[in-house]
Write a protein that binds this ligand. Structure first.
Ligand SMILES: [Zn+2]
Length: 326
């Protein structure tokens, strides 16, 4: 437990070299049982590589668990959800560590809160894997379904926010990381991002979700997301909002987080060269006739992959569970 490690007293310890634990973020893998039709180039091959890499520890240190932050499958049609999820479950078999899935818009075809659309996800991962929490090393991880983003009714959004508020209120002072597929803040200049992403859901437009999170800024370390198919980090009110491009489209990223008593080191990496597919870039050519940049991202690469400090960064942890010493 993080709390246990922090309970030692005496002279300040030297910075620790071995992390307390590591976890891997995968998202936007868009696994597609019907591959070859409209899916992303090599999507299944990429997802398989990443899961097998996590299982073997051959390409990066083995994580203690994996979070799958949405759009793990391509889905698109109600009758495609179950076959895509079956294929994903099959791919996950080599993994010997816990896998925590988060609902993305592709898992439910944007229909957040619809039992009919959530059925295949619940059958694949369990009935308790839509809005849920788990604890690791003294950190509370909160998996939130905000897959509806801009396009669901007020009752659904209220149910989401009520659950989130209850969950946060029930764990005051506990360091938290929120996992939700759709980012709560814009990860690029908003007008540019709206254009390059091309869908209204470039951000969770329900400001209440963000407000509730920020009311707990003293204990929320980070919000981890995906959905945008670009990699970016924005710090706002002391909370790190991190969105990882995911593997289906260029730059084909995943992220490994190493948690130490006083910090989290994040490393965003591309898949191996043979699985990097420039033609799948959704923020530039060939989807558009040109590429995109914004004030802080001066080249097309920086725009889609993030500046170097968005790919390797350290989150300091004043939000340590000091009050939870054993
Ligand atoms: Zn998405």
């Amino acid at each position: 437990m993080l709390a246990g490690v922090l309970s030692g007293c005496g002279a300040p310890a030297a910075p620790s070299r071995a992390p307390l634990f590591r976890f891997l973020q995968i998202n936007d893998t868009h696994v597609d049982a019907d591959a070859g039709k409209d899916g992303y180039e090599k999507a299944d091959e990429k997802a398989r590589w990443l899961i097998e890499a996590a299982a073997s520890g051959e390409h990066f240190p083995k994580p203690d668990f994996v979070v799958g932050i949405g759009d793990l499958i391509n889905g698109e049609r109600l009758d495609a959800l179950a076959p895509d999820l079956r294929l994903l479950r099959d791919m996950l078999k080599p993994l010997r560590v816990p896998f925590y899935p988060v609902v993305g818009n592709h898992e439910v075809i944007q229909q957040e809160g619809s039992p009919k659309h959530e059925q295949a996800f619940r059958e694949a991962f369990g009935n308790d894997r839509v809005n849920y929490t788990f604890t690791h090393g003294g950190i509370l991880f909160i998996a939130l379904n905000n897959a509806g983003a801009c396009c669901v009714g007020p009752a659904v959004v209220k149910a989401r926010n009520d659950w989130l508020r209850r969950t946060l209120d029930g764990a005051r002072g506990v360091p938290k990381i929120i996992l939700c597929h759709i980012p709560l803040v814009p990860l690029r200049e908003e007008a540019v991002l709206a254009k390059s992403f091309g869908f209204r859901s470039y951000i969770d437009h329900d400001g209440a979700t963000l407000r509730i999170v920020e009311e707990h800024a003293d204990s929320v370390i980070a919000v981890l997301s995906g959905h945008l198919h670009l990699t970016g980090v924005v710090e706002r009110k002391g909370i790190y909002h991190i969105s990882i491009a995911g593997t289906a489209s260029y730059p084909c990223d995943y992220a490994l987080y190493s948690v130490f008593p006083d910090r989290i080191e994040a490393a965003v990496r591309q898949l191996p060269r043979e699985l990097v597919t420039p033609g799948t870039n959704i923020h530039g050519r060939p989807r558009y006739i040109g590429d995109f940049t914004d004030g802080a991202h001066k080249t097309p690469w920086d725009y889609v992959a993030g500046n170097p400090p968005e790919r390797d960064f350290t989150i300091r942890l004043p939000k340590e569970p000091r009050s939870r010493k054993p």
